[in-house]
Design a binder for this molecule. Sequence first.
Ligand SMILES: Nc1ncnc2c1ncn2[C@@H]1O[C@H](COP(=O)(O)OP(=O)(O)OP(=O)(O)O)[C@@H](O)[C@H]1O
Ligand SMILES: [Mg+2]
Length: 325
Amino acid sequence: MAATADHLKALLNAHASGDEDRFYSVALQVAAKSARQGHGKLAVELREIIDAARAEKIPRLAPTPVVQPRGELASLLTAGYPDVRLDDMTLADDVRAPLDKVLHEQRQRARLERFGFTPVHRILLSGPPGTGKSMTAAALAKELSLPLFTIRLDGLISRFMGETAAKLRTVFEAAAETRAVYLFDEFDALGAERTAGNDVGEARRILNSFLLFLDEAPSESLVVAATNHRHLLDRALFRRFDLVVHYAPPSPQQAIEILQRRLAGMDTTGVPWSDLITKVDQLSHAELVKAAESAAKRAILGGNDVVDQHLLTEGLDERHALRHA
Ligand SMILES: Nc1ncnc2c1ncn2[C@@H]1O[C@H](COP(=O)(O)OP(=O)(O)OP(=O)(O)O)[C@@H](O)[C@H]1O
Ligand SMILES: [Mg+2]
């Protein structure tokens, strides 16, 4: 018998803990021992089994996404298959509730359509930077198992100037054919007529084609527009959305929750959370996530997983300093 009792125990332990490398390395030891004991044929067979099993495990390329923009479209939008969920986000109740409504109606579309109703499918997200508007579009895509197509309107307008309306039409045509979440980011660029270097006529054309698009947008897709500057938007645009969601900076409790969630994999038992309330003031969701990441990385590179008040305060101070830089 080539495998000793110790080998068997080690194999079982490796299997139980899911340690594949360890499993095969013990198996190779068994093969080596067989060879030493003169069981050459067994040793060869064992190695062949191990090699074949390992070859199977070589990570394959991620499956090719079903939809990838081609040709001109590829230069107008970016496609993604996000992996973030609404539950991963820290959201105020008055933000979460309308988003749940969107998901509910989209998922129950057939029931609504049987009676001639369409689910909510045009939503405007407005609020200060770093509060989770783009992330929400990603999470909605994930929840609905749809691809996320992002169109950055500011970039589009400054790149194509007088041709923007025509380029947008290409995007709208794609939207009519491919079911997805379409995020029109930096949406206020539509309203910033004079700063974009476009003539007023072109700005009107862009706005009008967008209004038309919103009117005709198929309810199978979700059109999400995100803006920091709601006041720049034309009133006529507002009326076209089924839902407008307002994002606000985090409350102190939400701020602490964001830190705690981002540090969930670390040891934070020594952090007096309530003492940090004054330190989280003024920081956005995005800045808090960055502060937590910075503290965690310092701990890890310092040799352990303990994030204490000192490290966290440093991370937060860093964000405040950048804010005022
Ligand atoms: N509500 C949130 N909950 C958890 N993490 C968040 C939240 N909002 C933002 N973040 C973190 O901040 C990052 C940036 O957020 P996001 O890009 O969604 O902000 P935004 O509102 O779109 O900002 P901008 O107006 O600048 O485009 C996210 O990838 C995430 O790490
Ligand atoms: Mg954004």
